[in-house]
Design a protein around this ligand. Structure first.
Ligand code: ADP
Length: 543
């Protein structure tokens, strides 16, 4: 049959629950972490898409504007008179503000110029003609170009960019032979940058960095200013016309958005970290509380066993001597008196023990009430010491009481103070058995809580208390190692009660080693004026 062990089952529950909570917390942390980054990636992606759209739209508008100018020139050549295009273009020059030159070549005869018109005739025209015939023309991709199709050349010559549009047009000579003309339009890139681009790409102003600019293959800025620093910059090539250049776009407030994203990520990570810390801290607190609860439950169990045992000894003595007296076979009157006094003292011990337990129970329930009255210290302590004298004598020990002269009147609960002193003296007798003397010293003794104090010291020459145990012996149910191993009977509530009584009187109880490290000195130090403080009238009760 299995034994019922509540402690083991609670321990089992804790050890099953603990890993489950840790695993749940880890899963939660990982999922939150991943979601945060996924959301951020999505945000970046959608921002990039919007920016791409913006770049596309601008590029398209620039391209269209240039092609429209080209188309205007093409339309002049329709009707089979391409040689007249330069002349006619002069008439519509204002509609094509970016075009600088229109050139017509005889495509079949060694590329001879048969028509030429300039927006601003002058010496620069010759330089252009020379460059065009010697260098630019060779870069035209005519072999694969179908008749009538428009094509562009965008390239740098001697560090300067040129944009030319060209197309092949069929042509019938006066003699009726069929030929071919090459129509070429030279766009002035200065005009493109000056007039066309500003209409499409807004001027970012003089001081702020730009959102949009145009750069060449090497990244040199052709138009605009350096871009605002940003995580997201979209760069797109002009598809047909200005294809040697790229348009770069940084999204609106990209830097702010990036900073915002970074801030949000940091906050989310910090919150995540904080929740993990809280979970771990919570677990630790729960673990400590459970361990404490378990220890307390164990201590309570031991307490019940100890108290029953404590009660049993005096009870059996009372019973034994009572029965002896009842038989009437006690020889002498002297013996009768001795037995009776044993019965009375053991009953007193029983009463004290029960009082201890009842007082402790009241303290535990927060119901301990004390009646503070003006009292004389000496008779109070004397009564307490006398209550222990018989026990000391049966253990072969002397009880010495030293009371300093001229002690002030005090405000105390006499019964409680006696109980505290009895507990200290009984402990001294209990733990210092085999030694000769226990001394009780009452005297003025410094201050406590800023008030003049007196102390009742109980000095024994017993084994003393190990320094590491000293802070714990005032805990309820705590029993020292030597008490447990030396089989000294006790319940572990005596000193807890003394502590509570001292506190309720506005005082303290301390323990230290005796002279030369022998034995222990317990000092119950209380303020002269009692719990009400300096000069205050004593309260009738206090819990
Ligand atoms: P107990 O019923 O065990 O005596 P107490 O609360 O009175 O409980 O004391 C708590 C522990 O303090 C004891 O178990 C013992 O280890 C230690 N102790 C108390 N008084 C003395 C003393 N005079 N000498 C040595 N150890 C003491």
């Amino acid at each position: 049959m299995r034994r019922w062990d509540p402690e083991a089952s609670s321990r089992r529950r804790t050890w099953i629950l603990l890993p489950a909570i840790i695993v749940a917390a880890i899963i939660l942390a990982v999922v939150t972490y991943r979601t945060t980054f996924k959301i951020e990636a999505l945000r970046t992606q959608s921002l990039s898409e919007v920016t791409f759209g913006l770049a596309d739209e601008k590029i398209d508008r620039v391209d269209r504007a240039i092609v429209e100018a080209d188309d205007a020139v093409i339309s002049l050549g329709e009707g089979g008179r391409p040689d007249d295009v330069p002349k006619r273009w002069r008439a519509i020059m204002r509609q094509t503000p970016t075009i600088a030159h229109v050139v017509v070549l005889d495509a079949t005869k060694e590329r001879e110029i048969v028509g030429f018109a300039s927006r601003a005739p002058g010496p620069a025209d010759d330089a252009f003609r020379v460059l065009f015939l010697r260098t630019i023309l060779a870069d035209f991709d005519l072999s694969t170009l179908p008749l009538g199709e428009l094509k562009h050349l965008h390239k740098a010559y001697d560090g300067q960019f040129y944009l030319l549009a060209y197309w092949r047009v069929p042509f019938r000579t006066e003699s009726g032979a069929s030929g071919e003309r090459l129509l070429v339009v030279h766009h002035d890139l200065d005009a493109v940058l000056r007039e066309l681009l500003p209409q499409i790409v807004p001027d970012p102003g003089t001081s702020t960095p730009a959102r949009v600019n145009v750069v060449d293959d090497q990244g040199n800025i052709i138009f605009g200013k350096p871009l605002i620093t940003s995580d997201i910059v979209v760069a797109k090539r002009f598809p047909t016309t200005l294809y040697a250049w790229r348009l770069q776009v940084a999204p609106l407030k990209a830097d702010e958005l990036a900073a915002q994203m970074r801030r949000r990520r940091l906050t989310e990570m910090a919150l995540l970290g904080l929740s993990c810390v809280v979970v771990v801290a919570g677990l630790i607190v729960v673990l400590i509380a459970t361990a404490q609860e378990r220890r307390l439950a164990r201590a309570r169990g031991e307490f019940v066993a100890n108290v029953s045992h404590e009660l049993k000894t005096p009870l059996s003595l009372v019973r034994m001597f009572g029965e002896l007296l009842m038989t009437g076979r006690v020889a002498s009157e002297e013996k009768r008196a001795q037995y009776l006094s044993i019965i009375v003292r053991e009953s007193e011990r029983l009463t004290a023990l029960i009082e201890n337990v009842l007082d402790f129970a009241r303290v535990e329930r927060g119901k301990a009430a004390y009646s503070y009255r003006d009292a004389d210290l000496e008779p109070t302590v004397v009564r307490a010491v006398e209550a222990c004298r018989y026990r000391a004598e049966t253990e072969g020990m002397r009880l010495e009481l030293e009371v300093a002269p001229e002690l002030p009147p005090v405000v105390v609960d006499e019964r409680a103070l006696q109980l505290a002193v009895i507990n200290l003296v009984e402990n001294a007798i209990k733990y210092a058995t085999g030694t000769e003397v226990v001394r009780v010293i009452v005297a003025r003794d410094g201050t406590v809580g800023g008030e003049d104090a007196y102390s009742v010291k109980v000095v024994d020459l017993g084994p003393g208390i190990a320094p590491e145990e000293r802070p714990r012996i005032f805990e309820r149910f705590y029993r020292g190692k030597s008490a447990r191993s030396g089989q000294v009977r006790g319940s572990g509530i005596g000193l807890a009660l003394v502590w509570h009584i001292a506190e309720a009187h506005g005082g303290e109880v301390t323990v230290e080693a005796g002279d030369d490290g022998v034995g222990s000195v317990f000092a119950l130090r209380l303020p002269v004026r009692g719990p009400g403080g300096k000069g205050a009238p004593p309260p009738s009760s206090r819990s």
